[in-house]
Design a protein around this ligand. Sequence first.
Ligand SMILES: Nc1ncnc2c1ncn2[C@@H]1O[C@H](COP(=O)(O)OP(=O)(O)OP(=O)(O)O)[C@@H](O)[C@H]1O
Length: 244
Amino acid sequence: MIRLAQVSKTYGKGDNAVHALRNVSYVFPAGTFTAVMGPSGSGKSTFLHCAAGLDRPGSGSVMLGEVDLATLGERRLTELRRQRIGFVFQAFNLIGSLSVRDNILLPPRLAGTRADRAWFDQVVAEVGLADRLHHRPGELSGGQQQRVAIARALVTRPDVVFGDEPTGALDTRTGAEVLALLRAVVDQHRQTVIMVTHDPVAAAHADRVLFLADGQLVGHLDRPTPAEVAARMTHLDDRRAARC
Ligand SMILES: Nc1ncnc2c1ncn2[C@@H]1O[C@H](COP(=O)(O)OP(=O)(O)OP(=O)(O)O)[C@@H](O)[C@H]1O
């Protein structure tokens, strides 16, 4: 479980201050799939980075289970991220000179731990990469590369997997496959997935869609259709346009 309490984050000072997050509180229950949406500049990346311990809030607290991330120094925070959090980025972020196998095994290697062999085999089979382990990322399609990134995110059995536009670089069909895989990870392994996306179709794979506007949580939809998500986004964009 991840709990954000009264999280605020301001960039810059004085007249240049940008309040990227304003008193955001939210609890992500374990074993759920959450999408985060909002207009450009509404604070989605800042929210994701604070929740994932990649960035520190200006005020408020982020708890991962019983651990308050604010109490950790940089080294302990890095260790915790390596062991308990998985990341999937839009740009895959694989290492081109390493094989698929070595890319997937990078997090435990960096953490100085050994991957559980049976779990590694299971994850590789589930993402459909068993016959690609000795290839380099450059020899794979975009969808296959993202599946490598998902396997890498899962190999340490993290508490939570964060996705930053994980289908942003993929075509519709390949993106749908990757989303189905994330959905299966939640349903079969009770994994927690939190994903920022601009795409209502992607968001509709989640159990809940959170909406951010001007650094605040302004609502949510449970198990929505893509049309319902798109309608809510249009409403938020209209509201912003009306204020400008
Ligand atoms: N390092 C930074 N320095 C100054 N301002 C920043 C910084 N990072 C983000 N901001 C500002 O904070 C606000 C929220 O940014 P954030 O990237 O979290 O929004 P977002 O919803 O992810 O946007 P997008 O959908 O365009 O990626 C924006 O106004 C942005 O310009």
